[in-house]
Design a protein around this ligand. Structure first.
Ligand SMILES: Cc1cc2nc3c(=O)[nH]c(=O)nc-3n(C[C@H](O)[C@H](O)[C@H](O)COP(=O)(O)O)c2cc1C
Length: 171
């Protein structure tokens, strides 16, 4: 699949085939793609927590109301920011978002479904994830990307091109 087709046909997948597991090789390759994301001053201020243990997944689903499909998917990748490595205050958020996006497209490239589930900027959720994963104080949880074998055909992306969103040379 070429990059343009991948971008235009990616959709959030929320129904997964629990009988099929994501291979560790696929996870590694997807993480490799995540680590090729752009980052401010190339600081690569990201860290990743791979969540494949069903018991841990249960705990995540308890503290995150919008990723109830994690267990069926079989894999989650929590993207975190490393505050000690960011270029300047707040840039970890941009780096983590770019890495998250690469995971979504990396999964798509591997024929897998995925869904970005937000942690940042919800303060309560952030605290819950810090506690659950015993994150050190310089690590900020950003997102959980659920990855698995889709049980549904992704909905057609439709036409999202909106000319009124485009401003040329000035507002
Ligand atoms: C910052 C952010 C947070 C999101 N959080 C969730 C979430 O917690 N649970 C979920 O099912 N989808 C979540 N999504 C996915 C969006 O709902 C989805 O991208 C949007 O509806 C557009 O659909 P599409 O991804 O299929 O194009 C999130 C997306 C973004 C960018």
């Amino acid at each position: 699949m070429d990059l343009e087709t991948g971008i235009l046909t990616r959709r959030s997948i929320r129904m997964y085939d629990s009988s099929k597991k994501v291979s560790p090789a696929d996870i590694d390759d997807i993480l490799n793609m995540a680590m090729h994301a752009p980052s401010a001053h190339n600081r690569q201020s990201w860290e990743f927590v791979v969540i494949t243990d069903p018991e841990v997944q249960e705990k995540v689903m308890k503290i995150h109301p919008w990723c109830a499909f994690l267990k069926d998917a079989g894999a989650g990748i929590m993207v975190c920011g490393n505050i000690d490595q960011e270029y300047d205050s707040g840039f970890w958020i941009c780096d983590a978002a770019a890495a998250t996006m690469n995971i979504l497209h990396g999964a798509k490239a591997r024929g897998l479904g995925s869904c970005w589930c937000a942690i940042y900027p919800n303060a309560e959720r952030t605290d819950d994830f810090k506690r659950l994963f015993k994150l050190p104080s310089h690590i900020e949880p950003f997102s959980i990307v659920v990855v698995g074998h889709a049980k549904m055909q992704p909905p057609q992306p439709g036409d999202r091109f909106k000319r009124e969103k485009i401003h040329r040379n000035s507002w």
